[in-house]
Design a protein around this ligand. Sequence first.
Ligand SMILES: Cc1cc2nc3c(=O)[nH]c(=O)nc-3n(C[C@H](O)[C@H](O)[C@H](O)COP(=O)(O)OP(=O)(O)OC[C@H]3O[C@@H](n4cnc5c(N)ncnc54)[C@H](O)[C@@H]3O)c2cc1C
Length: 482
Amino acid sequence: MGATVEAQVVVVGAGPVGLMLAGELRLGGVDVVLLERLPAPTTESRASTLHARTMEIFDQRGLLDALGPVPNDMRGHFGGIGLDFGGLDSRYPGLWKVPQARTERLLGDWATGLGAVVLRGHELVGLRQTESGVEVDAVGPEGAVRIRAAYLVGCDGEGSTVRRLAGFPFPGADATRELLRADVAGIDVPDRRFERHERGLAIAHRRPDGVTRVMVHEFGADAAPRTGDPEFAEVAATWARVTGEDIGAGEPIWLNAFGNARRLAERYRLGRVLLAGDAAHAQMPVGGQALNLGLQDAVNLGWKLAARMRGWAPPGLLDTYHDERHAVGSRVLGNIEAQATLLLGGPEVEPLRGVMAELFGHDEVVGRLAGMVSGLDVRYADDGAVPLLGSRVPHWELTTEDGPSSTTELLRTGHGVLLDLTAGLPPGTAAAWADRVRTVSAEGDTDVRAVLLRPDGHVAWVDDGTADPHAALQRWFGAPNP
Ligand SMILES: Cc1cc2nc3c(=O)[nH]c(=O)nc-3n(C[C@H](O)[C@H](O)[C@H](O)COP(=O)(O)OP(=O)(O)OC[C@H]3O[C@@H](n4cnc5c(N)ncnc54)[C@H](O)[C@@H]3O)c2cc1C
């Protein structure tokens, strides 16, 4: 046996979700080692959209300066029917166009800057759970490596080895329809947003570097059983049948096919092993939700697992990760399936598309759907009576005794925040949780008297006039210090 590495948490997969989780764990003060089988970050062109909630989260962690300027488009779609994202109640309405490689670089710099250790060129090949931890076998450039940790999180993507080795059931359905996609140089076809032809759907977008991304689906065609990427000849022939245009003389740069398969892990946690991102849910990347969903899994899990490792997690806190994120995953998979039907259905879905297009003329419908796709409408609470409870806290500008601040800025350290907006809380209310929860008195442009914020920015308690957050403090931040 080769080297042995010890860590509090081992994360498998340094994709966007693994890197986000590693940064969150480091903010929570936990040692983390990431295993990544690729020797260097991939430059593959994959997800290209960050939604409003992800941008808020990046701001909440102070990452937007490093991200730099990002093109922003208010025009999105739902199942290929145009949808305006400009009305979202956020500092970041619309869709933000960031190539996935840039997001990964940002998160990689952040996580390693905070002290996360990334072992590149290391592939996980075995794992065992014991009463006190997990033992992982990996193969690295210098041979076998064994890693011992208290917890393991599989962020190793759709074909997750962790999911298979740990025995997570992954029910769902295989693809019945697919979109073929190719980045092609040397072709000249008109730009098209979701153009429906008699025989199929065609999408084309020419990038500034002259490469055109084409996507095509032939109505009624079954998804092919695939073991690799499609040949360019297949994409060109389908394109010709749907549009009548010949792109066969172009030079293919990247080819891929993605179908409407959907699967959701039955549990996100089995003992000391957890799943996040594509390892927990497989979905068609329609509407650019897959990556955003995974990043938000990581932000939900990070502080809870850190709390467990630091010893202050109240009973059941770690299981709220499954409860909250499985429900969100299930809902997102539902909206993706609805979109796939509208997008890839043939003439039989035209009446449905007509009705939907008519509904999209109503602001309330647009707001509802944009809120769903952008992740802003996620609520971790059953109590409908207090609208803010469980929602993400809005960005409120604040005046504190230390000067101007905001709810976004107060979350940067990754602590909980008890925010008193009326000086109504008895002094020392959260003193016994001071190592986990910062108390801040401020004035802000809101009617809310006081809120307790979780480290992920969701509201754990809203002052209903009794000014007593103790039950919420214990529920989310554990037992008070003596
Ligand atoms: C071809 C393609 C196109 C896509 N297009 C879009 C899009 O347009 N829009 C969108 O929103 N989403 C898209 N997606 C989905 C999006 O890229 C994913 O949702 C996102 O990458 C998920 O991040 P992740 O970190 O969960 O997993 P991944 O990004 O898959 O990262 C998993 C990491 O784990 C590593 N790994 C795997 N197994 C092991 C192992 N045994 N040991 C060590 N390391 C391991 C992998 O090398 C990888 O780096 C696309 C995905 C693919 C594959």
